[in-house]
Design a binder for this molecule. Structure first.
Ligand SMILES: NC(=O)c1ccc[n+]([C@@H]2O[C@H](COP(=O)([O-])OP(=O)(O)OC[C@H]3O[C@@H](n4cnc5c(N)ncnc54)[C@H](OP(=O)(O)O)[C@@H]3O)[C@@H](O)[C@H]2O)c1
Length: 351
């Protein structure tokens, strides 16, 4: 082949990104079909959840027979009947002779594509070097595949001395305009956004995306005691509410407004069980937890945080509600990225 395999696979990774959030909760996947010389004859990507997978998209766009051609695909072709038929079958039926992959299918239900291909006479080879990039691109998908829960990002804006709100709480402007825009970009990138009852009551947040283009995340409220002020605007956005209260009257009032009430069994593991519900019942692959401190503490205590994003403003406050920190023993977080954001500093911490 004249074109190096790595360049062809790099192109497949590049076009995988076209899927963006439309593919959630599926992974972003790209595929190219080329001849023996490495000339790309067709490109495809997974466009939206329920739509054609990358391999089928590339096959459909090919304006000649696929017999004897080569396919490079960023993820092992699926081998199951889901919303669409198995890509492994489509590849064999089309007559592709060789398939290069850059990552393996992590879910039990869809794996086995490579075995199917080889047992039907299609050669399969792994192209190394893209594992890290693909893991980053599809980190939400990996969280659901491996842990059967959404990826969790904790986001907080703090003062220079580590406070998220003044004493007693209440709405308080901490962030620069640039940090607010980044915060909305984070909202648009996650399927759901969670806050505690304290934040709902004190800030009356809408939890929508307004400062950038993008879809609104699904609001999720944690309120063990269901102590929510009834006039809060987010209650009209069909939030999912996790509560330990079983009072039929109170629950019925909220349900009549469109709220989706989920039972939260208090005690150890309650956040983990809530995350399972968000994945199993709502297929939410990513959750941005905006706070406040009590809710952040609950997530950190159960070790269910994948990423922490902090916007640190230059001025101190002196006193207030302190930012929740991982337990002293939890040394898994490493500074992943740091950048200026207007007058603030944006830090990204990863497990
Ligand atoms: N700077 C920032 O980035 C930022 C972001 C968000 C909020 N804030 C500020 O933070 C302040 C509020 O923080 P906060 O710590 O007082 O309140 P909070 O964390 O927003 O809410 C606390 C409430 O959430 C519920 N909750 C928390 N953990 C739970 C769990 N594991 N299970 C079930 N329910 C749970 C409980 O509700 P019930 O009482 O109903 O049981 C609890 O009283 C506000 O002033 C707000 O402005 C700042």
């Amino acid at each position: 082949m004249r074109t190096p395999l790595a360049s062809l696979m790099a192109r497949a990774v590049e076009i995988a990104r076209n899927g963006g959030r439309a593919v959630y909760p599926n992974p972003m996947v790209g595929a190219v079909i080329c001849d023996d010389e490495g000339n790309i004859l067709s490109e495809g990507w997974h466009r939206c959840c329920g739509g054609d997978h990358a391999e089928v998209d590339a096959l459909k766009k090919l304006d000649r027979s696929a017999t004897g051609l080569t396919m490079l695909v960023t993820l092992e072709p699926c081998n199951h009947f889901g919303r669409t038929p198995p890509c492994s079958h489509a590849i064999v039926a089309a007559g592709i002779k060789k398939v290069y992959i850059a990552s393996h299918e992590p879910t039990e239900k869809a794996c086995g594509g490579c075995d199917y291909l080889t047992s039907h006479g299609v050669a399969v080879e792994f192209v190394p070097g893209f594992e890290e990039e693909l893991a980053e691109l599809n980190r939400f998908f990996s969280a659901t595949a491996k842990e059967r829960r959404p990826w969790v990002t904790l986001k907080a804006a703090t003062t220079a001395d580590g406070f998220i709100a003044p004493p007693g709480g209440g709405r308080f402007a901490i962030s620069s305009p640039e940090a607010l825009v980044e915060g909305h970009r984070l909202r648009a990138g996650h399927m759901a956004i969670a806050v505690g009852a304290g934040t709902v009551n004190s800030d009356d947040p809408l939890l929508t995306v307004r400062l950038v283009e993008g879809p609104d995340p699904i609001p999720v409220i944690f309120s063990a005691r269901l102590a929510l002020k009834p006039d809060r605007r987010v209650l009209d956005r069909a939030p999912i509410i996790f509560t330990a209260v079983a009072d039929r009257h109170r629950v019925a009032l909220l349900a009549a407004r469109g709220c989706r009430i989920e039972t939260l069994t208090p005690g150890a593991g309650s956040i983990g069980r809530a995350l399972s519900v968000l994945w199993e019942r709502y297929r939410i692959n990513s959750l941005l937890v905006e706070g406040g401190a009590a809710l952040h503490t609950s997530f950190l205590a159960e070790g269910l945080v994948d990423e922490m994003v902090r916007f640190i403003a230059p001025l101190p406050l002196g006193e207030g509600i302190a930012l929740a920190e991982p337990a002293e023993a939890d040394r898994r977080f490493r500074l992943h990225a740091v950048s200026p954001c207007g007058a603030d500093v944006m830090q990204v911490w990863r497990r």
